[in-house]
Write a protein that binds this ligand. Structure first.
Ligand code: ZN
Ligand code: ZN
Length: 383
């Protein structure tokens, strides 16, 4: 293992609302319980945009964004036993400690120290491996920071995934797929034949649709404003689609007058969360996957509680990600979860700000940023 810092090209967010700029940074070597990964490809996700716009709180910059990605291990600290140099890994952005209250309770995705360090922009020991050549410290994002040629992550943040899936596709499993499919399996526990309404068919919403199909749900109604996204939802197993307008509530009631067993909100807005609640049958469950900006409040009609509906959030698929991620990669490799179809753009690191712009404008589906086309198994393309 090299004991010296390496130079990397990385996309840095300097301040709230600033464009991402690619710079040369210094990356310190991994400590004893960390892993150095050569990044093959990374997905550009709404959470990156949320942080860049200041929706996740202030003081989180300068930072290297990027939290879903895949690559190849280059070096591992002496306490790391589960991966070796040369192993292909996908990132898990909650590197659970295994010892805190949440980890012990079987909810490693809510690991308390991991959440604290994420908020602080450090790795698990409270320090950063990233700095400018002039010494300015740079923060990590969700302990990953994979909008870069290389990154150092906590050992638990590098999950070995085998060789069956090209890394440009595997890059998408660690956030969108875990979050979407996990919400269906682990948070809602959708059973065979149950009715499901999916509100919002972006990258994660489409994986909720896939999860509902894999759970053998009955009716799967997908709702979105964008007909193109609805077509993608249909291809993934939605049995019906609804182009959202002012009367979505009435239209959904007409489709299923008794209400849905499950509704998923995958946008992050109070009005669509309320819609998910309103379309439930008695004792149905609304599962909120979308991330609302800080300060947004949600109101419900209290009398509805007599019908024993449930409203719950689902973070990161409510999953033991390290345990579930390899199985999800295998499902993707077997064609049961479509990844290529949710990718609208494949670009190089220098085009990353354009990808953020598309997200801001709600254009296209996922952008995959390819850092190393040999490792990723795919070249960047124009547009
Ligand atoms: Zn994400
Ligand atoms: Zn923990």
């Amino acid at each position: 293992m090299s004991a010296r810092a390496v130079e990397i090209r990385a996309a840095v967010l300097e301040d709230k609302g600033a464009p991402l700029r690619v710079e040369t940074l210094l990356l310190d070597p991994p400590r004893h319980d960390e892993v150095l990964v050569r990044v093959a490809a990374a997905g550009v996700c709404h959470s990156d945009l949320h942080l860049a716009q200041g929706h996740l709180g202030d003081g989180r910059w300068p930072v290297v964004l990027g939290h879903e990605g895949a690559g190849v291990v280059e070096a591992a600290g002496e306490s790391v036993t589960h991966v070796r140099p040369g192993d292909r890994v996908a990132f898990c952005f909650v590197p659970s400690c295994g010892e805190c209250r949440m980890c012990v309770a079987g909810r490693p995705h809510l690991c308390e120290p991991a959440a604290d360090r994420s908020l602080a922009g450090t790795l698990m020991d409270g320090t950063s491996r990233l700095r400018r050549p002039d010494g300015t410290p740079i923060k990590h994002f969700l302990t990953v920071s994979c909008f870069a040629e290389r990154c150092v992550v906590p050992a638990a943040g590098a999950v070995p995934i085998g060789d069956d899936l090209p890394l440009w596709q595997a890059a998408l499993v660690g956030c969108g797929v875990v979050t979407g499919v996990g919400a269906v399996r682990n948070a809602a526990r959708v059973a065979e034949g149950e009715s499901v309404c999916v509100i919002g068919c972006g990258g994660v919403g489409l994986q909720v649709v896939s999860g509902a199909r894999l759970a053998r749900a009955g009716r799967i109604v997908a709702v979105d404003r964008d007909p193109a996204k609805l077509a993608l939802a249909r291809a993934r197993g939605a049995t019906e689609v609804l182009e959202a307008g002012r009367d979505a509530r009435a239209a959904l009631r007409e489709r299923l007058p008794g209400g849905f067993d499950h509704a998923f909100e995958v946008i992050g807005r109070a009005d669509t969360m309320r819609l998910a609640w309103d379309v439930l049958r008695p004792a149905g469950q609304a599962t909120i996957v979308g991330i609302a900006p800080a300060g947004v409040e949600l109101s419900l009609r209290a009398l509805d509680l007599l019908s024993e509906k449930t409203l719950r959030g689902s973070y990161y698929g409510s999953a033991d990600v390290a345990a579930e991620l390899p199985a999800l990669v295998a499902l993707a490799a077997a064609g049961e979860i479509d990844l290529a179809g949710v990718v609208s753009h494949v670009v190089g690191l220098d085009e990353i700000e354009e990808a953020m712009g598309r997200l801001r404008r709600g254009e296209g589906a996922r952008t995959v940023v390819v850092m190393d086309s040999d490792l990723a198994g795919r070249e960047p393309q124009d547009g």
